[in-house]
Design a protein around this ligand. Sequence first.
Ligand code: OVM
Length: 407
Amino acid sequence: MNMIEGHVAFEPAAGIPVWDIDPYTEEVLLNAGDYYAELRRHGPLVYIPKYSVLACGRYDETREIFSDHTRFVSSRGVGLNDFKYGKPWRAPSIILEVDPPDHTKTRKVMARALSPKAISGLKDAFREAAERIVDGLVAKGRFEAVAELAEAFPVTVFPKALGMVDSDRRRLVDYGAMVFNALGPDNKFRRAAMAQVPDIVPWITAACARDRLTKDGLGALIYGAADDGEVTEEEAAMLVRSFLSAGVDTTVTGIGNALWCLASNPREYDRLKADLALARPCFEEVLRFTSPVHTFARTANQDTEVAGYGIAEGTKILCALASANLDPAKWGDPDIFRIDRKPVGHMAFGAGIHGCVGQNLARLELEIVLSVLAEKVDRIEFDGEPVWRPNNAIHALDRLPLKFVAK
Ligand code: OVM
């Protein structure tokens, strides 16, 4: 069997265009807009020989593939590696990297812990933290917004919401980046992430144990499900790990990208200040426009077809969520950032049964941060060049020098 990056190499069905590109070079990851446009121009699916995968970047097919968990499974991994053949770098997630019926049980437990009711009590603590951090930055005037705001806020509120006794900002943020880099090929980004495993993974694993969590957080709700016999104690620890995999770097990226959008579009920021009800739609547009998770894969678990093209069992399909979110066939003026667009149906949280289970918590964090900014900061300006951080699955800033002008 001929393997590439942990999955079976195959010949594409007749008619699928072949595109000789590497979507995981630094150049493409840093300037993906041209890659997405070309991907969509090629058609609903393209074959990328470098990795022997299909890629899709148009809205309709991306949604179709994400909406059908029977044909396009997650249990074989949501990166390039096919878990049927390649060894996963960590024990697979019991919510992300599984299919029904296993998924149904764990999803229910996580969805309950992240329900509007369960997270409604977090609002005041989130607002206090946002006000304190933003007040400090307004007093400072100039600062590096990735570390001092985008990371500072989630790392202050999220471990506390979980009930974590131990919190280590660097390891929490780097673990998220590691999980996402692991979804790509064996390139320099994945290798650099894997080099951090010995330092970070044992720390993460220990932090997920029942006795490292308070009795009043979201983590305790997961262990409560173990007490009720819904999941085992080991499964509860794995679900707490999922919080740390998916809940930190994603929201850090969301905040950073939101600041970048608003600094780049001062008129849109003026509209937010004039109407705080735009905080939520503003975040949805940030998600559509910048897609914090740019790519997830699925694996065809049977011979099938999409848009009339044959897809063989075992085929990995890279779904460029960021490209679907910029598809002109779906969105008017997709390259314009408009905070009142209300981009219903964007793909930034995915779709279908695996759609982001933490999206209400993410929205709560961002709504509060954006509201506090709009209340306290008159102008958000660049204080130097923003620098993006290449990652195999996440679209995040590395550095964002900003200036806040107080109201
Ligand atoms: C997990 C998980 C869930 C969603 C996203 C994610 C790749 C990880 O359960 O570990 O990031």
